[in-house]
Design a protein around this ligand. Structure first.
Ligand SMILES: Nc1nc2c(c(=O)[nH]1)N[C@H]1C(S)=C(S)[C@@H](COP(=O)(O)O)O[C@H]1N2
Ligand SMILES: [Mo]
Length: 539
């Protein structure tokens, strides 16, 4: 028995408070992950970070020890370590208020860092870990506050109570019964709170799991889709690739393709239940099911998609091989009225985009796409069906999870982003980007290779020019363009680069003679302008 029993709480109940808080944190983290960032559950991202950071010998040892169960062993290991830390956080919190809460917040920050630094992670990736950290911090503060003041060992007190009761019968002496009578309900109420908190955590985790089940099913259906053979395959000339170290790949892998949408939760669409309705100002309504669509000719086309929110030099742009059916042909079946001038496409989640009807009827590869780089569309990129329209920013053309095409007029209807201050029409502006050297890189003096991409969708790039400091504009070497609808790689050999700081600028010249303007404009309301500028320190 300890001398300070009455004042200092022991470590067991606070540790239990820490564990219960950890259950709350884990549950909240999994639930938020299920809703907002399915790939970024706290355990998944921490596990992935441990795998990435582990030295090879540790990985080999884990595989040797646990074989194919090495992933399970990893998760069990992480749970044990986190449980120990959480128990410790409870004890810390009982010694000094907010200290244990701080431990939970720190774990949340570590998880968020692990999530944010994973390849292909979206902006929502940090949410689950952040929410888990905050939930754990709040829970541990509340629970530790409910730990009864003195965690006296149970046995001696119980015998004292019995003894007291035995001595004075039913009316126990007040001084003898005060301590146990006051602390037993305290203890019981604390255990109820801790148990309740843990139960909330478990329920949240179960709810998260149930929500994830839908996504896993859709993912499985998506993975099982066999794409029809293309009636025409995309041809990418070998000379379209310049093979410069560090340049953006000509075709963007799906995992690295930027993702922009308003969907907090990625729509889960069973293709068997998907259909597209073409209606509005048409001679006849057309309804197309998934099997109807698969029976139509599907051609490959290469189109560079860009977001209107892409800053000059930014990464909200990607190039992919799309497998799809011309929207033109479907519209022809519906026969738009002669006074229609816009198609309002609508996604299952309510997002809408306004595309000029004429753009969908001319000879460009505006398609209802089902394939991206040889695979069914990834869920985040619109599975099962999306629109891809060369030449227009995504917000006015690239509707993902599309289920409706309403033929209408610009003076009759408006789209999601137009209602929020963006332009009703969004042709992609001519632009170019320097990929190498990267800012902060220190190339050696002498000849420095400068390279990047340039685009003017559906018009084409005539030339790219590079300026060093305030020198003359010099023409860069252009790769063969796949087509006018894709970006094109360029490369410039900067001869006699002298040591010291330098400024590099790039500008594109379109096939129509348009020279990329130096005038700077922000992304609102119809896309940024200006020249990408990189400062380098030549060593
Ligand atoms: N359903 C739906 N489709 C959408 C959006 C959206 O928010 N919801 N965003 C659009 C925007 S702004 C862009 S830039 C592109 C991005 O497509 P990606 O995420 O496949 O790169 O999708 C477009 N299609
Ligand atoms: Mo966008």
């Amino acid at each position: 028995m300890r001398a300070t029993d009455a004042r200092t709480p022991g470590w067991r109940l606070p540790a239990l408070a820490g564990l219960a808080a950890a259950a709350v944190a884990a549950g909240v983290g999994e639930l938020v992950a299920a809703i907002a960032a399915p790939e970024s559950g706290p355990f998944v991202v921490v596990g992935a970070a441990v795998i990435d950071l582990a030295p090879p010998w540790a990985k080999d040892a884990a595989i040797a020890l646990f074989g194919t169960a090495d992933k399970l062993a990893l998760i069990v290991g992480i749970v044990l370590v986190l449980a120990a830390v959480a128990g410790g956080a409870g004890v810390l919190e009982s010694r000094r208020s907010r200290l244990g809460a701080g431990v939970f917040l720190m774990l949340g920050v570590l998880g968020a860092i692990a999530a944010a630094t994973r390849a292909g992670s979206g902006t929502l990736a940090i949410l689950p870990s952040a929410a888990a950290g905050i939930a754990g911090a709040v829970a541990v503060m509340h629970l530790v506050r409910r730990v009864p003041g003195g965690e006296a060992p149970a046995a001696p007190e119980a015998s004292r109570t019995l003894g007291a009761a035995g001595a004075s019968g039913a009316s126990a002496a007040p001084e003898a019964s005060v301590s146990p009578a006051a602390s037993a309900p305290d203890r019981r109420s604390f255990l109820a709170w801790a148990g309740g908190a843990a139960a909330v955590g478990v329920l949240a985790a179960l709810a998260g799991n149930a929500l994830q089940a839908g996504r896993r099913m859709t993912q499985a259906v998506r993975d099982a889709v066999t794409l029809p053979r293309a009636t025409a395959s995309a041809t990418i000339p070998a000379s379209a690739e310049l093979h410069v170290d560090g340049i953006t790949p000509l075709v963007t892998p799906n995992a690295d393709f930027y993702r922009i949408d308003t969907a907090l939760r990625v729509p889960e669409i069973d293709p068997a239940e998907w259909s597209l309705r073409i209606h509005g100002r048409v001679a006849r309504e057309v309804v197309l099911t998934w099997s109807d669509l698969l029976a139509l000719p599907m051609a490959e086309s290469v189109t560079t998609l860009a977001c209107v929110s892409n800053e000059v030099g930014g990464g909200l742009i990607g190039n992919a091989v799309w497998l799809g059916h011309p929207i033109r042909d479907l519209l022809a079946r519906a026969e738009p009225d002669s006074d229609a001038d816009m198609v309002l496409s609508r996604s299952v989640d309510g997002f809408t985009a306004s595309t000029p009807l004429a753009v969908l009827q001319d000879d460009r590869d505006a398609v209802l796409a089902i394939g991206m780089n040889g695979e069914p569309l990834p869920l985040e990129h619109g599975f099962p069906v999306r629109m891809v329209v060369p030449g227009l920013y995504g917000y006015v053309s690239a509707t993902k999870w599309v289920t409706e095409l309403e033929v209408t007029r610009f003076d009759e209807a408006s789209a999601y982003w137009t209602d929020r201050g963006w332009s009703e029409r969004g042709p992609i502006k001519i632009s170019s980007r320097i990929d190498v050297p990267r800012p902060g890189q220190r190339p050696a003096a002498g000849t420095v290779v400068v390279a990047g991409v340039a685009w003017h969708q559906h018009v084409g790039i005539e030339a790219v020019e590079v300026q060093v400091d305030d020198g003359p504009w010099r023409e860069a070497e252009l790769a063969t363009a796949i087509s006018a609808d894709t970006w094109v790689q360029w490369r410039y050999e900067w001869a006699d680069a002298a040591a010291g700081g330098h400024t590099l600028r790039v500008r594109a010249i379109g096939a129509d003679g348009e020279v990329q303007t130096a005038r700077e404009q922000g992304v609102v309301p119809d896309g940024a302008t200006g020249l990408h500028t990189v400062t380098v320190d030549v060593g």
